[in-house]
Every structure is written in structure tokens, then in C-alpha cells.
Design a protein around this ligand. Structure first.
Ligand code: NAP
Length: 310
């Protein structure tokens, strides 16, 4: 049990599905709860068209709709939301201090729920043509390529799911993958192979994005032969994985794994008492919406036990 005076009982860093679920449970447990979010609540589901694998929605639900419901429910329960960028976390004192772009707040317990972001290819032209042909969000930008061909790079669930989505409005989708096998789940693979609008370029890497004001083509390389080729296409959607948002923790005492994810136990406790991490930011996360919500709830319950000693 912690008796320290603090601005809040619980501060949750990140207002995605995990953070909002944690906030709901924390506020309902009568803990004074603050969510710190840098732009808009909702996180990754804000840029997800239809979610088909979240229990309770047999016909699917749109990401933005679900995000709005999560936020409404957390705020109705009493959680407060502030839009500020978190810059660091001081864990060596009680209460904990969360430093933001606008000031600082103290809390008896802190839940890190900052999720992560899509990886970039890091090839020449990618940055130049970002927003001018190169995109990381099919639901945001797919309609710019109505009845045109597009390319998708990646072979995981995201690449295949988004490629399938893009077949709805474009006239052809070419999925470029560096190996000859997809990493995506079997059900998505079956749908992808059955789609007449989806083609595959196997064993192929994107080496450069080229254009003239707008993206026009990709320089590709066959990974087996090393042969280069030019592929004319006005749009490239990049889905090659994800990295956790833990930059603000890099010089602190919270233990991270080699990929920068926060290491927790199954109670979402980090190595520092009173600091918890939940959702995609933590090591061994299943990176699913349902499990991220579950993580958030577990973290809120653990924070409650830490604060009250009950
Ligand atoms: P992921 O599973 O890590 O897949 C990343 C893909 O990008 C892999 O195919 C990888 O190739 C490729 N790749 C990585 N770096 C590359 C590079 N520099 N150049 C070219 N290709 C590169 O990532 P994800 O698809 O974003 O999915 C992340 C997690 O979210 C997964 O656990 C996934 O199951 C989950 N997810 C689930 C759903 C769903 O349930 N519907 C939807 C989206 C995501 P290799 O295969 O050769 O390594």
C-alpha cells in the first residue's frame, strides 16, 4: 500500500484500446485516473476499417466506432483525458513523476500503454513520396487509388489483410514479399490466394521508390538472382511489422527486451514496483485487440492492488 500524496492515483500513458480499458477499470475502482494521449484516443484501431475478430460483433465493427465507444465509457466512468506528449517517466521516487510536453504529473501508479508504430522500409525515396504514393494506412489512403493498381509490401497478417481490403477499390494489388511463403494466418492466406485481383511477387525486395512529384515506380530486386527490375505503380502500401513506442523509457530503469518492448510478468508488473505495462508495448503481447484490452484490465487491477494493498 502506498500512502504518498499524488496528483492522481493512476496515470495511464496512451489512450488506445489498452489504455482506455485500463482507465475504465481504474476509474470504476474509484481511483483518480488520468489518460495522457499525444493526439487522439483510439490508437491503432482508429486506422482499422473493419474489425472482424473482436468477440461480440458477429458482423464486424469499424475501428473508429469502437474507439469512440471505449473512450465514452472510460470518461463516463470518471477517467480524465489530457492531450500531451509524454517525454519521460521518473521511477526512482514515490509518487512516480510523468513529465510531458506541457508540465508534469505525479501518480501512485503508472500504466504504460503506448502501443507501437508501423516499421518503415528505410529505402531511398520512401520518405520523399510518403503521402505522395507511399502509405502505411490502407483505410486512410486506399480511395486515392480507386481503379488504379497498387503494391503492398510485407507477408504478415497486416500486409495480407490490408491487401485484401485494397482489392475492393483498386483494380489490381501486387503483394511484394521477400520470401516465397507468407507469414500471415491460414485463413487470410486462403482468402488472398482466392482473390482474382491479388497477385504476388515472391522473393522480391523494394530497393527504391521513384517518381516525379508523385510516386511512379519501384526499383525491385530478386533476392535469389540479385536481378533488378522496375515496376510501374502509383501506390505503395508498407506493412512490414511494428516497433513499440518506448523511446521515452530508453534512459530509465524499466527493463526492455532487445526489440524495445517493456518486460512484464503476467500481472503486467514491470521490474519497477508501481509501474505496469500492457498491450502491444509489452514483450510477448499477442498483438490482438482482445488481448490488448485484457492486458489493460489486468494492469488496472494490479495497480489497484499495489495502491490499496487489498
Ligand atoms: P509481422 O507479422 O511481423 O510481419 C511482418 C512482415 O513484413 C513479414 O512477412 C516480414 O517478412 C516482412 N518484413 C519485415 N521487414 C521487412 C523489410 N525490411 N522488407 C520487406 N519485408 C519485411 O507484422 P504484422 O503483419 O504487422 O503483424 C504484427 C502482429 O499483429 C502479428 O502478431 C499479427 O498476427 C498481428 N495482426 C493480426 C491481425 C488479425 O488478427 N487480423 C491483423 C494485423 C496484425 P518475413 O516473413 O520474411 O519475416
Amino acid at each position: 500500500m502506498t500512502d504518498a500524496k499524488a496528483d492522481y492515483d493512476v496515470i495511464i500513458i496512451g489512450g488506445g484500446a489498452t489504455g482506455l480499458a485500463a482507465a475504465l477499470y481504474s476509474a470504476r475502482a474509484m481511483q483518480k485516473t488520468l489518460i495522457l494521449e499525444k493526439i487522439a484516443c483510439g490508437g491503432q484501431i482508429l486506422i482499422t476499417d473493419v474489425i472482424e475478430n473482436y468477440p461480440g460483433f458477429p458482423d464486424g465493427v469499424t475501428g473508429p466506432e469502437l474507439a469512440q465507444l471505449y473512450e465514452k465509457q472510460a470518461v463516463k466512468a470518471g477517467a480524465e483525458v489530457k492531450y500531451e506528449m509524454v517525454e519521460s517517466l521518473r521511477t526512482d521516487q514515490t509518487p512516480k513523476v510523468v513529465v510531458t510536453s506541457d508540465g508534469q504529473y505525479t501518480a501512485k501508479a503508472v500504466i504504460i500503454a503506448t502501443g507501437g508504430e508501423h516499421n518503415k522500409l528505410g529505402v531511398p525515396g520512401e520518405e520523399t513520396y510518403a503521402g505522395k504514393g507511399v502509405s502505411y494506412c490502407a483505410t486512410c489512403d486506399g480511395n486515392f487509388f480507386r481503379n488504379q493498381p497498387v503494391a503492398v509490401v510485407g507477408g504478415g497478417d497486416s500486409a495480407v489483410q490490408e491487401a485484401l481490403y485494397l482489392t475492393q477499390m483498386t483494380n489490381k494489388v501486387t503483394l511484394i514479399h521477400r520470401r516465397d511463403q507468407l507469414r500471415a494466418s491460414r485463413i487470410l492466406q486462403e482468402r488472398a490466394f482466392a482473390s482474382p485481383k491479388l497477385e504476388f511477387k515472391w522473393n522480391t525486395m523494394v530497393e527504391e521508390v521513384r517518381g516525379n512529384g508523385l510516386m511512379e515506380s519501384l526499383l525491385l530486386k530478386d533476392v535469389n538472382t540479385g536481378d533488378p527490375s522496375v515496376f510501374h505503380v502509383p501506390g505503395l502500401f508498407v506493412f512490414i511489422g511494428f516497433h513499440p513506442n518506448t523511446q521515452f523509457l530508453h534512459n530509465g530503469s524499466i527493463r526492455l527486451d532487445g526489440g524495445g518492448h517493456v518486460i512484464t510478468n503476467i500481472r503486467m508488473e514491470t521490474n519497477v514496483p508501481g509501474i505496469f505495462a500492457a498491450g502491444d508495448v509489452r514483450a510477448q503481447s499477442d498483438r490482438q485487440l482482445g488481448s490488448a484490452v485484457g492486458d489493460g484490465i489486468t494492469a488496472a487491477l494490479s495497480a489497484y492492488h499495489y495502491i490499496t494493498g487489498e
